[in-house]
Design a protein around this ligand. Sequence first.
Ligand code: GLU
Length: 606
Amino acid sequence: MCGIFGFIGDRSAAPLLVEGLRRLEYRGYDSTGLVVKNGSLQMYKKVGKVTELSKILPNHIEGDTGIAHTRWATHGSVTDTNAHPHLNRDESIAVVHNGIIENFRSLKERLEARGMPLVSETDSEVLVHMITIGIESGQEPLEAVRQTLNRVTGTWGLCVLFKEHDLIVCARNGSPLIIGQGNGESFVSSDPHALSHHTQNMFILEDGDMAILTRNGIEISKLDGGSSSTSLTVLEDEWGEADMAGYPHYMLKEIHEQPEALRRCISGRLDKANGSARLGGLKLEPVRLRNAPLVRLIGCGTALNACKIGQLAIEILARIPAIAHVSSEFRYNDHVINPNAIHFAVSQSGETADTLSAVKEIQLKGGEVHGIINVVGSTIARLCGQGVYIHSGPEQAVASTKAFTNMVASLLLFAIRIGRTRSFSRERGRKIIESFEEIPKLMESYLSNPGPIDEAVELVKNAKSVMYLGRGLSAPVASEGALKMLELAYIPCLAYPAGEMKHGPIALLEEGSPVVVIAPNDKHREKTIASMHECKARGAKIIVIHEEGDIISDEADVAISIPSCDSLLSPLLSVLPTQLIAYRTALALGCDVDRPRNLAKSVTVE
Ligand code: GLU
């Protein structure tokens, strides 16, 4: 979602800004723009992808300072005028803004009353005019931005460029902003991916931070005047360059990276001797694990599906209640927080605004939250201060794959760990740990021979809707498969626990309706077969995902076989075919698999 990139140095800014925008593209956006300073502020902005913006740029733009933006519209339709940057009337100040200015209506009215009509429909534009008032009354740039932000409520990742000053002013509140310190040059971005090939030295701004960027350095302060607690972070290698590595799409690359990503996730965390797992970052002593009355897991989208698997695994292994929550509902449902409960916030980016607000709500009510996060140093990771990094490496495709499997793996490790403080035996623990070690290899073996995916695609690609069914741990896998398909191929999909299907969704079935059934060889298998027959009897075409050698394949129209493993770990394998089916269906329908419409990678607004 929405991205920012800025540069000040001795190099030509425009090509760097365009390249920065390209690196932000994976996040999802609807329009782009940039402004470069060279005596005047030259602005270009356009609806559509970065290539559309490139088309309107002159071959050469003089200037070594600039800011750029990818917009994901929250206020005002998707038009060239609403795209960022926004300039003030005399074109001496430009802003790019991520986030939402909640009180923009009243601010806008006041500006209009002062004879400063706004040209766009955005909330963001008020900022540039308010800063202008400060500058015109003699304030220095930092002070003018500070005074403006003190009058504003909402969230911002903000960069401001001034025609008359050789600097960029930045500020952050609820929307990520990272400053990169180069040699004689400084960068700013909402996303470390856009900075990592310029510099590994970064300052991750905290909420309430402001910064002045010049060629020679960075000065960070607080909006309220105090000093910031942020410090220099050196980016880890796995967050370095992420190219396509010969794959046609990031999504396919990331599907195939899952075995290696899982190895990284479980490396050093499998405690074979004790039949347990080591999760040092959790800082949870055995007595705390032993006495916890409840585990709450909070996430959105794919992370929510991972939470649902975690919920079941924790109840199975630890015999304590666990519950998965939709982040966007959490804060507003006013849940009762037990300070002894264990809370997990699960997010790939660590910037998901809905999950972030749930974390704040829990902390406000005295609860402790642990992050299950991919992006090191992200807002949720830092706010929680404890948790598990899933180590998937950069995930560029908007639809998550390798982050899902590593979220599931991390939650399974936790389930094993907490289970071992309770009734769960060392022997059972050892068996699962041994099976866990094998999963990356089994993933590789499946991905090298994924079965009749194209036959499944033929059944679903022209369908009005697709139903996904599973029971137990496979029910959330069904949800994840359905989510992937509707995200990528825009086919309405319904995921149901298989037994619930007859209580409503069965009404949708007609001759030829495709039904994807996730049916590993676990205790639910027989019942799942019964549900499958109920669908077949109504003319449905069955695509079954089953363990190798299972005769269930005889009863399906398309049977996709996955390697056998401990049934607790089956989601790590059974989800793979659902990812491939969604990917290839989207391709067959000519959809943009890496950047599906309307979606954003890191959803930084509530
Ligand atoms: N609220 C702003 C707008 O709609 C910023 C959106 C964004 O974060 O991209 O223009």
